[in-house]
Design a protein around this ligand. Structure first.
Ligand SMILES: Cc1cc2nc3c(=O)[nH]c(=O)nc-3n(C[C@H](O)[C@H](O)[C@H](O)COP(=O)(O)OP(=O)(O)OC[C@H]3O[C@@H](n4cnc5c(N)ncnc54)[C@H](O)[C@@H]3O)c2cc1C
Length: 383
């Protein structure tokens, strides 16, 4: 049995591991030139805190021993799902089954074009190495987007000695994950680290100069930077699937077995849309990669597959003395927030209660009790 996997990220590598363990002959096509890596660790690589060898998912010898044929620098140009064919610059070859694991691509706003080489995302190894070349003590970094990736980049950049400013469109940080008090505590903690945060600020334009970019804010102010990182989210990379006429909305549509409507063609990771939702999660991509491989093999062997049940994964982030955790809902009409013992202006332990049941918990600056409250929230969600 020969299986072709398109994309060598967390979903693709896990699918390859499982398929090869089940005895399949596996080819993984990667559009990138380097061994598959832990994408979340790109931040540490970009700001000079680790080298590439520290972020590889597996060493080259692992693929060789597992008899996984990893084809680096081999972007798939087209697929024929019905014939299970994959076309690359070297030609077209047939498989018994395909797994699409092409991941996501960063969302870039219009002003990024005018900012030229000074404005970029941090999404792949090329971006990380480019950023790394530009790290200078005292140089100015603007991060557009105050979500978790923007915050993480800001903390690493401060550690690398840069002057850092986060520009966030919303009036407070991470409003989906944190209530107003927790958002405020988060803001204070970032400011204590020397990170400037501009809230409620959109960018209306960028002017590229010889050695910097000037970002024009919608309120008429402007901000100069030697580097601007855009961190406003990602969307599924569904181009290949769409051109093969596989059904796509925001992402590639799969059923509860991670199967596309074409038999023998499965998908996993950030590229998929499942039950109307697209996700961006290393843990879920890995779980989906495993299940897509098991279910593809089951379908070829004529046995029944397993259903995918998405997990409620908490936001859990710690970098030295900076830590934030969140799961479930924030306060809203009919949903109250209670501060737990030990809360202060910069340390928050908040429980969100709906009809007497915990439906959310948020912590800033501590993790005390988070896991047990999170378990209650997960239980309440299942009932
Ligand atoms: C800086 C950063 C920090 C993050 N931090 C976290 C975190 O803390 N926790 C968390 O859960 N998630 C985090 N994420 C998100 C997480 O990395 C993704 O959810 C995860 O990588 C998705 O895995 P995937 O296998 O679906 O796709 P990806 O890891 O994106 O891999 C897809 C691969 O497919 C390749 N590809 C695409 N098209 C083709 C083609 N036509 N031919 C061949 N190859 C192709 C791409 O080049 C890519 O290498 C972070 C992401 C970034 C960028």
């Amino acid at each position: 049995m020969r299986i072709g996997i398109i994309g060598a990220g967390h979903a693709g590598v896990e699918a390859a591991r499982v398929a090869s363990e089940k005895g399949a002959s596996v080819v993984v096509f990667s559009g990138e030139q380097v061994l598959p890596y832990y994408r979340p660790r790109l931040v540490a690589l970009a700001f000079g805190q680790v080298d590439f060898s520290a972020i590889q998912i597996k060493p080259l010898s692992w693929y060789e021993q597992a008899k996984i044929e990893l084809r680096l620098n081999t972007p798939v140009l087209a697929i024929d799902p019905l014939k299970k064919q994959v076309s690359t610059a070297s030609g077209t070859e047939p498989f018994d089954g395909l797994i699409m694991a092409s991941g996501g691509v960063p969302v870039m706003p219009d002003f990024s074009r005018d900012g030229g080489e000074f404005v970029m995302p941090l999404w792949n190894i090329t971006h990380a190495l480019e950023i790394r070349k530009r790290i200078r003590k005292g140089s100015r970094l603007v991060i557009v987007g105050g979500g978790i990736l923007g915050i993480e980049a800001a903390l690493h950049a401060i550690e690398a000695g840069m002057e850092v400013c986060i520009i966030e469109l919303m009036n407070r940080l991470m409003p989906i994950q944190f209530g107003s008090r927790a958002s405020c505590a988060l803001l204070r903690r970032l400011e204590e680290k020397g990170i400037r945060v501009l809230l409620g600020s959109g960018i209306s334009g960028a002017i590229r100069k010889a050695d910097k970019v000037t970002l024009e804010l919608a309120n008429g102010e402007s901000c100069d930077a030697e580097l601007c990182l855009v961190s406003i989210g990602a969307r599924p990379d569904k181009a290949l699937a769409a051109s093969a006429k596989l059904p796509c909305e925001r992402g590639m549509i799969v059923d509860e077995f991670l199967k596309t409507p074409v038999p023998g063609c499965y998908a996993a990771g950030d590229v998929i849309q499942f039950e109307g939702i697209t996700r961006c999660s290393m843990k879920e991509s890995t779980a989906q990669g495993k299940l897509a491989a098991l279910n593809l093999i089951s379908s070829i062997e004529g046995t029944t597959g397993q259903r995918y049940v998405p997990e409620t994964i908490p936001l859990s982030f710690r970098s030295k003395d900076f830590e934030i955790y969140s799961i479930g809902e924030t306060a809203s009409p009919g949903v109250e927030e209670h501060l737990l013992d030990g809360s202060t202006e910069t340390l928050i332990r908040a429980l969100v209660i709906k009809e007497g049941v915990p439906v959310g918990v948020q912590m800033v600056g501590t993790r005390e009790g988070f896991d047990s409250y999170a378990a209650e929230v997960k239980k309440a969600r299942k009932n």
